[in-house]
Design a protein around this ligand. Sequence first.
Ligand SMILES: Nc1ncnc2c1ncn2[C@@H]1O[C@H](COP(=O)(O)OP(=O)(O)O)[C@@H](O)[C@H]1O
Length: 199
Amino acid sequence: MVDKVLEFVKDKLGNTYRFHHTMAVAEEAKSIASIIGVDAERIYIAALMHDTARPLSPEDMLSEAKKYKINISTLDKKRPILLHGQVAANWLIDKLNINDWEIYESICLHTTGAVNMGKMAVALFIADKIAITQGSHVDESLLNARKLLPDEIEKVFLWCFTYSFKYLMDNYQELHPISIEAWNYYCKKENLEVLFGKR
Ligand SMILES: Nc1ncnc2c1ncn2[C@@H]1O[C@H](COP(=O)(O)OP(=O)(O)O)[C@@H](O)[C@H]1O
């Protein structure tokens, strides 16, 4: 199954930075999966697929989203790139005939996060933010966050939101309401404990 997904990824991304990012995320995702008890092969598939729709133009993204009857919010309409996870998740079913709810959810939520995510979705969300791709800018805050693994993974998870929010705010970009809701939810110790256990 991995082989056919990889072929699809190569077809969509070619030999680009995005492809190398994808492979780095896939390796990182397996390592995070082992920390929180998620199936390695299935998260690998989720990670391989996660950015396959990333290169689509805004027009094509909206048209794919409409085709799959994806709910398009006001912010998504303004920034169709935010739909790339959901489009890729639908491709997994439509074009590769892989029907797996956890993989689907993980791909859908990898950019914004959400309240009440499953463990696989959490692992991919983290992997996407902390994987180091050759040639990419690596700042100190990322290196410090990586040092917290594996023991303080819940802090790394929260750091992913702050890192992403900081980037968006520094660039005067709106924060997706789903991400704000997720942040407010996971700030509560009891909600973090559902995912990572009592610390
Ligand atoms: N939580 C968010 N709220 C609003 N916009 C976001 C959020 N996360 C990411 N974005 C926007 O969507 C784009 C794509 O996100 P993502 O795929 O995570 O980033 P990249 O692939 O560029 O590292 C980002 O460049 C950013 O502008």
